[in-house]
Each structure stands twice: as C-alpha cells, then as structure tokens.
Design a protein around this ligand. Structure first.
Ligand code: HMG
Ligand code: MG
Length: 304
C-alpha cells in the first residue's frame, strides 16, 4: 500500500455505553455504567455516547438514562451525547442538561419500521421538531443512518439510495452524520462507493462500523484514506442492535486505537487503560470481550 495517505489524527467516538450495552440482557447497575464512562474518559476518549432516551419498553437496559446522566461529573473538553427518537426523548435529554443528541433512522424501510416503528419519511417528520428544539437550546445534533450498506431484512443497499437517504437526513439540519454498517456486511469497495457519493462535509461525517464479519478495520482504513477521520467504536467490541438480528458489536475501540497508532495516526487514547476499562465491564457482563487488541493488551499486562 505504498503511497497511502492517512489523516495525522482521528477522533474516536466511544459508543460502548449506548450501542455496547443496549442489547445486553444482563442488567448493568447505574454505578457500573458511570464507572465505565469515567474509565473511558481516563483512557483519553473525549466523545462518549452515554445512553438513549428511548422507550424503556423497547430498550430496557437503558431505562436508567436519566440516573446515569445525573451521576456523571462534568469534565472539561468532554462531549457526552445520547440518542433521542422523538420529542419525548428530547424533553428527557434537556431535563438532564444533555448538550448533544442523536436522531436515528435507516436507509431501508423495513429496518426503520422494526427499530423505531416509523417509515423513513415519518422518522424525518418526527426528528424535525427535535432538531428545532435542539437549535433553540444550542444543542448539537448527530444524524445516524443505519443499514447504509446492508439490511437484515432487505439485503444489499444501493450506495446511491443510501447517499440520498443520508442527504435527506442531513437536510434536517444535522451538525454531524454517522453512517452505519449496522449488521457488519460492508467491505472497502462498498465503503468507497457510498462515501464517494456523499456530499456532506467529511470532517463532520463519522463512520459506524459493526464487526460482524471482521471487515470493520479494513473499512475504517478505506474511509481514512478518503479523508474521513471520525470513527464510532465500542470498548472491547461490545454491542449490537436489538432490532437487527445477528448484528454483532461495533468495531472494538482498542482495535482501532492499535491499528491507527501503529500506522502513525494519533488517537489520543491510552490502549492499556482502555483495555482495563473493557475488562471491568465485561467482568460484569460475564464474558470475554470480542475485541482482539483488547485481549492482547490484557495478556501482555498479565505477563510475569
Ligand atoms: P412506539 O411504540 O411506536 O411509540 O415506539 P409510542 O409513542 O406508542 O410509545 C410506546 C411507549 O413508550 C409509550 O408508553 C410512550 O409513552 C413511551 P406507554 O404509553 O405504552 O406507557 N415512549 C417513551 N418513553 C420514554 N422516552 C421516549 C419515549 N417515546 C415513547 N423517548 C419509539 C416508538 C421510537 C419510541 C420506539 O420505537 C423506540 O424507543 N425505539 C428505539 C429503538 C432503539 O433504541 N434501537 C437501538 C438504537 S438504533 C441502533 O442501534 C443503530 C445505531 O447504532 C447505528 C447503526 O448501527 O446502524 C444508532
Ligand atoms: Mg450501531
């Protein structure tokens, strides 16, 4: 890969407390969630998706969103965000003093219906007042486009269709987009095909790769060579969407830290501190983190 051009640094948006936990059947106590988020900040992560203000009937694990926010102690230079699907969620987020929210829809109709019980067009209608409320309160808005590469119900997604959906979402007034490979089916050629069609500013576009089939790291490198420098990731590789059958976790944050730092791209994250934070969380979940760099870091730390 001689001549590969990469950005000097990337920003990792840690989505573990939200995407990582939303599908976990083991209830994680509020104190453990707060300790996890504090450990992530100690490891150098500056943007953290803390939780979701969604219906507790749809995502019981995050029913404690308000309590988690209430216990977090503000730190300078940190952005905490939360998902909101509607005005009700926005009101809850505002009551907690949240400064960044994320609305979320999908490139395919069936996924939208299963995930938020709305069509794509209905989701945009639901988000319009949310974005207006955010504007009024000086709150930043991320717009997630799920199933941008493939859908568990509709199969492969045409990149032109995904780009069109992303532009309609952006037109609501989103400050940032996050383009999601919800079920981890994309490969670098497909990433190139969609990202080359996107008209939204690259510095404000994040890529959200799930690692179901082991392609997430390759996809992140492809995006980075195109000048994209914001990546969502989940500590230890936790996660999956409850409304996307078979979806595994996000790409592990440790895997991206290792990969990019080894290529000379700064992440600002301390890999061993992050690996320890994941270890503690997965101890509560009662299983081994799927992230490979996390496991290697812990094995190295345990070496006599
Ligand atoms: P619904 O059932 O169609 O609507 O849900 P509803 O208005 O009838 O609400 C149902 C109940 O929830 C009602 O309570 C509402 O009051 C309440 P009841 O009257 O039955 O007692 N409710 C709420 N409660 C708290 N906060 C709220 C709220 N809204 C309604 N904000 C709804 C529609 C959108 C609410 C529901 O479908 C929902 O919450 N969906 C969220 C699903 C979700 O969180 N999915 C995972 C996140 S997306 C993802 O993982 C993908 C991503 O990672 C990117 C990628 O990987 O591609 C982002
Ligand atoms: Mg996701």
């Amino acid at each position: 890969m001689a001549g590969m051009t990469l950005p000097p640094s990337i920003t990792l948006v840690e989505v573990g407390p939200r995407d990582g936990l939303q599908n976990e059947p083991t209830p994680v106590p509020v104190e453990a969630k707060v300790a996890f988020i504090e450990a992530l900040m100690d490891a150098g992560l500056r943007e953290i998706e803390v939780t979701s203000f969604v219906s507790p009937k749809w995502v019981p694990q995050l029913a404690d969103a308000g309590d988690v926010f209430a216990r977090l102690k503000p730190r300078p230079g940190i952005t905490w965000s939360a998902l909101v699907p509607n005005l009700r969620g926005m009101e809850r987020a505002l009551a907690c003093g949240v400064r960044k929210v994320a609305v979320f829809t999908g490139a395919t109709e069936t996924f939208c219906r299963k995930n938020i019980n709305m069509s794509f067009a209905e989701s945009l209608d639901a988000f319009r007042p949310v974005v207006a409320e955010a504007r009024k309160n000086g709150i930043a808005v991320r717009g997630y486009l799920s199933t941008a590469f493939g859908c568990p119900y509709e199969g492969a997604v045409d990149p032109a269709r995904a780009a069109e959906a992303a532009h309609r979402l952006a037109d609501l007034g989103c400050d940032e987009l996050s383009i999601g490979d919800t079920i981890g089916v994309a490969a670098p050629t497909g990433v190139e095909a969609l990202l080359s069609r996107l008209a939204f500013p690259r510095p404000a576009t994040a890529l959200h790769f799930h690692d179901t089939r082991g392609t997430a790291a390759a996809n992140a490198v492809q995006a980075a060579t195109m000048g994209f420098a914001r990546f969502d990731a989940s500590a230890g590789g936790a996660g999956g969407c409850p409304y996307a059958p078979g979806a595994a976790g996000n790409v592990a944050t440790e895997d991206l830290v290792y990969l990019f730092e080894t290529m000379g791209v700064r992440t600002g994250v301390d890999l061993s501190k992050l690996a320890a934070a994941s270890e503690a969380l997965f101890g509560i979940l009662g299983r081994t983190p799927p992230g490979k760099a996390q496991r290697a870091a812990m094995a190295a730390a345990r070496k006599p």
